[in-house]
Design a protein around this ligand. Structure first.
Ligand SMILES: Cc1ncc(COP(=O)(O)O)c(C=O)c1O
Length: 448
């Protein structure tokens, strides 16, 4: 029997559920990244359940899961400690009070203890919200309007930042001075006037923009590792230069650690690379799979929310489910040796994959840091979004993705997403992944 994703025998129930869902839900899914046009073609897999590092689709197929819900399932699916804490919170306490609980301050202490740059913290529900508030604080604190953000990054879907994530290069201006491109219609054009879009990993472009417009720039908003155009690492000295150039002109440095926070290190990418931003946002690594985000940083900036100068609100913020989940997750993440063991397992996976590509003489390489990685099918190093557009092969990535999926290894079909390793992945999962990779690469070679 063919193992093709398209084989109705293998994914018959997903195939049947999809058109029915499309009748009542636009695109049949509840987020862009799950849509057919985002790569889940001809239909997304419909999932029945997950457990640990594995997902089971509605046809009973089992996958080693590197999608991890696009990041939140850092502790694996249904981590027992987090699940028990959430069930206890619901059954014994309730969910939303519109008044504070003692646990919120306990959680704030744990976050502050984990991340040296965070002196005070507010909870939010999603990364998108946390970014909105970070920018509002930055503009108020500095009295300036403009924000620098980088082509190829994603900071949530708010109108203020949903620009130049993956723009069409025909509209995006010159390489060293990109122009803002809204990520689709419906976003007011005037917002673009408040944005300066730059290529990432380019100290010269950043320096020039700051020299040109420094007095109008409130903040530089960046991930410390570019995780929304595959995985692109900061070049040596880049983050340090960013810190220096911003500090010299009174511009705030905001790290978007929605993906990297609590994942690359207990103290996030900033802990791994030893950089101290002024503000940071955290989300996917924080809640053990439950929706919770946090915005934190310097007390003199955060205190703008103390007297209501800057409003940070939300009916569901710090609900007991979110707080219980984050407390339980952080208690696990703070256990000794956690990250060391995870990194060792990831290294084994990444070097195993590299070896397979090398043995097959396939122009592909792995870029990974901690448990975030991607494979680039490219002949040369990718250092920013435009490199990825120009030099990475999506056709090869697609064949790689299908081959792996059909061998029971699941990740997102788009090369600009990531593979995420969880604390629940075992040595056996790594071995199964490498076996699948060997067979997939052999197949790709055999068929040209
Ligand atoms: C770096 C980054 N920032 C912000 C967001 C938005 O987070 P959320 O989906 O929780 O709103 C994402 C989501 O993928 C992200 O990757």
């Amino acid at each position: 029997m063919s193992l093709s994703y398209h084989n109705p025998q293998r994914t018959a129930r997903s195939a049947a559920l999809y058109p029915k869902a499309c009748e009542v839900i636009p695109a049949g899914v509840n987020s862009t990244a799950r849509a057919r046009f985002s790569g889940w073609d001809p239909y997304p897999l419909f999932i029945d359940h997950g457990t640990g590092a594995h997902l089971f689709d509605v046809d009973g197929n089992r996958y080693v899961d590197y999608l991890l819900g696009l990041g939140p399932m850092l502790l694996g699916h249904r981590p027992p400690g987090v699940t028990a804490a959430v069930v206890r919170a619901i059954q014994e306490r309730g969910t939303v009070f519109a008044l504070p609980t003692e646990d919120e301050a306990r959680l704030a202490h744990l976050i502050i203890d984990s991340i040296p740059s965070v002196e005070q913290v507010r909870l939010c529900n999603t990364g998108t919200e946390a970014v909105i508030y970070a920018l509002r604080l930055a503009r108020t604190f500095t009295g300036r309007q403009k924000i620098i953000r980088f082509e190829g990054m994603y900071h949530g879907f708010a109108d203020g930042v949903y620009w130049s994530k993956h723009p069409d290069l025909r509209e995006a201006g010159p390489d060293d001075r990109p122009v803002p491109v809204p990520q689709g219609p419906g976003i007011p054009a005037c917002i673009g006037e408040q944005l300066i879009i730059l290529p990432w990993n380019d100290v010269g472009a950043l320096r020039a923009a700051i020299e040109r417009e420094g007095d109008n720039i409130a903040a530089v908003l960046t991930e410390a590792v570019m995780c929304n155009t595959g995985c692109i690492l900061p070049e040596p000295g880049y983050l340090e230069a960013m810190r220096e150039l911003t500090a010299a002109r009174g511009i705030l440095l905001i790290f978007d650690e929605v993906i990297t926070g609590f994942r690359l290190h207990l103290a996030g990418a900033q802990g791994r690379y030893n950089i101290r931003p002024d503000l940071s946002v955290f989300a996917k690594g924080l809640g053990g799979g439950f929706p919770v985000a946090a915005l934190g940083g310097r007390k003199d900036i955060m205190s703008l929310a103390a007297d209501g100068t800057v409003s940070i609100a939300g009916t569901y913020t710090a609900n007991t489910i979110a707080v219980a989940a984050a407390l339980a997750a952080l208690e696990e993440l703070r256990a000794p040796q956690m990250y060391q063991q995870l990194n060792t397992r990831c290294e084994r996976l990444y070097s195993g994959l590299e070896q397979i590509f090398q043995d097959a003489r396939m122009p592909a390489y792995v870029v990974g840091v901690g448990p975030v990685m991607q494979v680039w099918f490219a002949e040369r190093a990718i250092r920013n979004y435009r490199d990825a557009i120009r030099h990475a092969s999506h056709t090869r990535f697609r064949r790689w993705w299908e081959g792996m999926l059909n061998r029971g290894v699941l990740f997102h079909p788009h090369a600009f997403e990531n593979l995420f390793v969880s604390f629940a992945h075992s040595d056996d999962d790594v071995a199964a992944t490498l076996d699948a990779a060997k067979a997939t690469v052999a197949d790709m070679k055999a068929h040209g």
